[in-house]
Write a protein that binds this ligand. Structure first.
Ligand code: ATP
Ligand code: MG
Length: 260
């Protein structure tokens, strides 16, 4: 799904990503953790084929960035991020927000596909608990409702790779728990695409996610199977503060370690 080797991103004097080596295989569910400014969104932008590395090789779905038409690649990747949500017109309905994700990929068969598209969009909105709100303007939704619509939109093209940049941001406790449960169900679905979820919060790691990548100042601190990667030592180094980490039935929590 993803095969990054020595990926660097440089802007001015700043190295946003430093020599990133990273492989994501089919069926894997990754969480990417790191503090503000670590480079998580930058990494996801490359994975989404929306940014080129300054140097290094970024393999995406078997294609090499720079050697492939990104407009053929993008429908194969579902992306949900706060930045994308700001581009949604204020009065666009929930159903249209999801349906329009497939525009540009069906071309001249548009009319024939319209009904099928609408049915698929409705099905996804139903799965994500939004079927009663399909005619509401997107702008009128709560933060939690918007996040679910955005994920439905990201799944609309039936992508091979699903990238979620902080889907839990701005949610209240019940909203977060609802999202974690839904993402955990997605993780357990063998038909679901490979998933990469970016977050700052260990509490948002859905049970069933298989791998973790820890980023600090643009560099990988640790990467691998989730159980052996989300350790106190690795997380302390990632966030730059000593942490006490607990795990129970796949749910993680972290608090600052109290100094004696
Ligand atoms: N065009 C640019 N020029 C210079 N610096 C940039 C540019 N774009 C991003 N940065 C910087 O790169 C760093 C990484 O940004 P990025 O958005 O990838 O971090 P992040 O891990 O997603 O952070 P957050 O958790 O706050 O979303 C930040 O310090 C940011 O200010
Ligand atoms: Mg970010």
């Amino acid at each position: 799904m993803l095969d990054f080797a020595g990926v660097n991103v440089v802007r001015g004097r700043k190295r946003l990503l430093k020599d990133i080596d990273w492989q994501v295989r089919e069926g894997e569910r990754w969480v990417v953790l790191g503090p503000n400014g670590a480079g998580k969104t930058t990494l996801l932008q490359i994975a989404a084929s929306r940014m080129h590395p300054t140097s290094g090789r970024a393999g995406i779905l078997g294609e090499l960035m720079g050697a492939v038409d990104v407009f053929e690649l993008r429908p194969r990747i579902g992306l949900s991020s706060a930045a994308l949500a700001t581009h949604i017109p204020e009065h666009e309905t929930v159903l249209d927000v999801v349906v329009t994700a497939s525009y540009g990929t069906t071309g001249r068969w548009r009319e024939q596909y319209e009904r099928m598209d609408q049915r698929r969009a409705f099905g996804l909105l139903h799965e994500w608990g939004m079927s009663t709100m399909i005619n509401r303007p997107f702008a009128s939704l709560s933060e939690g409702e918007r996040k679910r619509v955005q994920i439905a939109r990201a799944l609309m093209t039936d992508p091979e790779l699903l990238l979620l940049d902080e889907p839990g941001a701005g949610l209240d406790l019940a909203g977060r728990e609802d999202l974690v449960r839904r993402l955990s169900e997605l993780a357990a679905d063998p038909e679901a695409p490979a998933v990469v979820l970016v977050t700052h919060h260990l509490e948002e790691v859905p049970p069933g996610f298989t791998h973790a990548l820890l980023l600090r100042e643009g560099a990988v601190v640790a990467a691998g199977p989730i159980g052996s990667t989300l350790t106190e030592a690795n997380l302390g180094a990632t966030f730059g503060t000593p942490l006490e980490v607990t795990e129970r039935e796949g749910r993680y929590t972290a608090v600052a370690r109290r100094t004696a």
